[in-house]
Design a protein around this ligand. Structure first.
Ligand SMILES: Nc1ncnc2c1ncn2[C@@H]1O[C@H](COP(=O)(O)OP(=O)(O)OP(=O)(O)O)[C@@H](O)[C@H]1O
Ligand SMILES: [Mg+2]
Length: 327
C-alpha cells in the first residue's frame, strides 16, 4: 500500500484521512503551512478570536500561557484547536469534516518542555472530543522492546491498548532504530505502525527525541515521515528564559529568589550552558537546582532558628548561599 500522503488536505490513494502538514521550526516558522508570515513573539495572537466562557480552549490556555517562550508551540496548539472547531462547524454545515491525522514528532533537547506540552495536547484532544480519555502513557525503548521473538510485538501492543483514548508518548524514539534490521526495536516500530492503522483515530502517537537522531530515525523507514504530519521543534531556552522559568517555579511554590540569588543563578547558567552544550538539560536542570535550593534553605533555616519559626519573608526567601552546584 502506498503510504505517502499528499500535502495539505489532499487524500492519498486509499487513505481517506486528511493530514495537516505543519513543520514549525524556529528558524523557518511556517515552513509548510503556507499561512501567514512569521510574526514577532509579541505579536503572536495565539487566540485572536475571544474565547467565550465555557470554551474548551480556556483551560488549555490557562496552562499554556504561563509557560515561558515556546511561542511556536503555543501557536500550533491553537491551530489544532481552531482546526477542530472549524471541522465541527463544517460538519454542521453539511461539509466534509474530514478525519485528520494528529500523530506528531517533538524534537528538542532534554528539558525543553516536550513532555509537558504532550500532556496539554492530550488534554486538548480530550476536550475537543478527538480522544475519549485524554490520558498519556509515556514510554521508552525498554518498555516496548522485549527479549525474544514475538515478545516485543506483545509488549508494544499492550502499551498501545493502554494508550487507547489518549496519547502514547515515545521518548527517545530513535533508539528503536538503533540496532538495525536484527534488533527487536524494529519489531516495535512495525507494531506501532500497524497499530496506527488498526486503531486509527483511537490514539495519538507522539515520538520525541533529539533533532538529529529523529531525522535519522525517519530515514530508516520511508513510510514513517508521512505518518507524522505535525512536527514541532522545541528550542533550547536562553539564559533569560531559564531565569524566568526559575522565578516561575519558585513563585508557584511560594518561594522568592532574592536579586542576588538571581544574579548568582544567571552567572552559573551562562557558564553551564556553554560548558555542556550538548548535554545541558534546560528547564529540567533549572528545576533540579531550584528544588535543591529549597532543601538547602530548609536546612539553613533549621540551623538559624533552632527554636520557633522564621517569619513569612524568611520562609520564602531563597538566598544566594542556598544555591549550590556540584562540581
Ligand atoms: N517553557 C517552560 N516554562 C516553564 N516551565 C517549563 C517550561 N519548559 C519546561 N518547563 C518545566 O521543566 C521541567 C522539564 O520539562 P519537560 O519534562 O516537559 O521537558 P522534556 O523536554 O520532556 O525533557 P526530557 O527530554 O528530559 O524528558 C518540567 O518541570 C516543566 O514543567
Ligand atoms: Mg520528557
Amino acid at each position: 500500500m502506498d503510504d505517502r500522503v499528499v500535502t495539505s488536505g489532499g487524500s492519498g490513494s486509499g487513505r481517506p484521512a486528511r493530514q495537516i502538514n505543519v513543520v514549525l521550526r524556529t528558524s523557518e516558522p511556517y515552513a509548510l503551512t503556507g499561512s501567514s508570515p512569521p510574526q514577532l513573539e509579541s505579536e503572536l495572537p495565539p487566540a485572536a478570536r475571544p474565547l467565550t466562557p465555557g470554551d474548551p480552549f480556556l483551560d488549555i490556555q490557562r496552562e499554556l500561557d504561563p509557560m515561558v517562550g515556546l511561542e511556536n508551540v503555543k501557536l500550533l496548539v491553537y491551530e489544532i484547536y481552531a482546526l477542530l472547531q472549524i471541522s465541527r462547524m463544517r460538519s454542521d454545515a453539511g461539509l466534509s469534516g474530514g478525519s485528520h491525522v494528529y500523530h506528531m514528532i517533538f524534537t528538542g533537547n532534554p528539558g525543553t518542555g516536550k513532555t509537558t506540552i504532550a500532556r496539554i495536547v492530550a488534554k486538548l484532544f480530550q476536550k475537543m472530543g478527538v480522544l475519549s480519555k485524554g490520558h498519556m502513557i509515556e514510554v521508552e525503548r525498554a518498555d516496548l522492546v522485549g527479549e525474544y521473538i514475538g515478545h516485543t510485538a506483545q509488549k508494544t501492543r499492550d502499551l498501545v491498548r493502554k494508550a487507547l483514548g489518549g496519547v502514547l508518548f515515545v521518548d527517545e524514539a530513535y533508539s528503536l532504530a538503533r540496532g538495525g534490521e536484527k534488533d527487536f526495536g524494529k519489531e516495535a516500530i512495525d507494531t506501532l505502525v500497524k497499530a496506527m492503522e488498526d486503531y486509527r483515530n483511537q490514539f495519538v502517537l507522539i515520538l520525541a527525541g533529539y533533532p538529529l537522531e529523529i531525522e535519522q530515525f525517519l530515514l530508516t523507514n520511508p513510510g514513517l515521515p508521512s505518518r507524522f504530519p505535525i512536527q514541532i521543534e522545541f528550542p533550547d531556552y536562553s539564559v533569560d528564559q531559564l531565569i524566568q522559568i526559575a522565578e516561575l517555579m519558585a513563585k508557584d511554590r511560594d518561594y522568592a529568589l532574592m536579586p542576588q540569588s538571581l544574579f548568582k543563578l544567571r552567572q552559573h547558567l551562562m557558564l553551564e550552558k556553554t560548558m555542556s552544550m550538548f548535554a545541558f538539560s534546560n528547564a529540567r536542570y533549572v528545576r533540579n537546582v531550584i528544588e535543591k535550593a529549597f532543601r538547602h534553605q530548609a536546612v539553613r533555616l533549621m540551623n538559624q532558628y533552632p527554636s520557633g519559626s522564621p517569619g513569612k519573608q524568611e520562609l520564602m526567601a531563597v538566598r544566594p548561599e542556598d544555591l549550590k552546584w556540584e562540581k
